[in-house]
Every structure is written in structure tokens, then in C-alpha cells.
Design a protein. Structure first.
Length: 81
């Protein structure tokens, strides 16, 4: 469960949630909106400091999407078989 206040960002089919003071960004499946539950969490991105504003979350989310693109593509291809 994320701490309040939180930043949420929907990008690339995932919702990224970062609570103030959290040690990780939660990656949630789909467009969850501003939820605090972990039901849709599929990954966590470790962070070394809290966010200053939504640009921090955007930068981290885009980096995660780039870093996991090949892995997610393989998983999607395998799911189709």
C-alpha cells in the first residue's frame, strides 16, 4: 500500500504509483486510476530518494518501459502461442 501523498502516471499500458517517502515505485497493470491497493501490482522499481514532482515519476516510468520492452514483448509473444 502506497503512502500519501502519491503521484500516479498512466503510460504504456501501466499505472506507475510513487508514494511520498516510498522506497519503490509500484507498477500496476492497466489504467487503475488513483488506487492505493496492490491488487494489480506486477513490479516494483527501487528508488533511492523520494520524488520532487511528477517529472521524476515520468522519467523513472519511461526508463522502466525502455528497460523491460524486450522482456514484455517476449512474454506477449509467448502468451499468444
Amino acid at each position: 500500500m502506497a503512502r500519501i501523498p502519491c503521484q500516479w502516471l498512466y503510460l504504456g499500458g501501466f499505472t506507475f504509483r510513487w508514494g511520498r517517502g516510498d522506497t519503490a515505485i509500484d507498477v500496476l497493470r492497466g489504467d487503475t486510476g488513483p488506487v492505493h491497493e496492490d491488487d494489480q501490482r506486477i513490479a516494483s522499481i527501487p528508488v533511492e530518494h523520494s520524488w520532487a514532482d511528477v517529472r521524476d515519476l515520468d522519467k523513472r516510468a519511461r526508463a522502466w518501459l525502455r528497460a523491460t520492452a524486450a522482456q514484455r514483448a517476449r512474454a506477449a509473444k509467448t502468451a499468444l502461442v
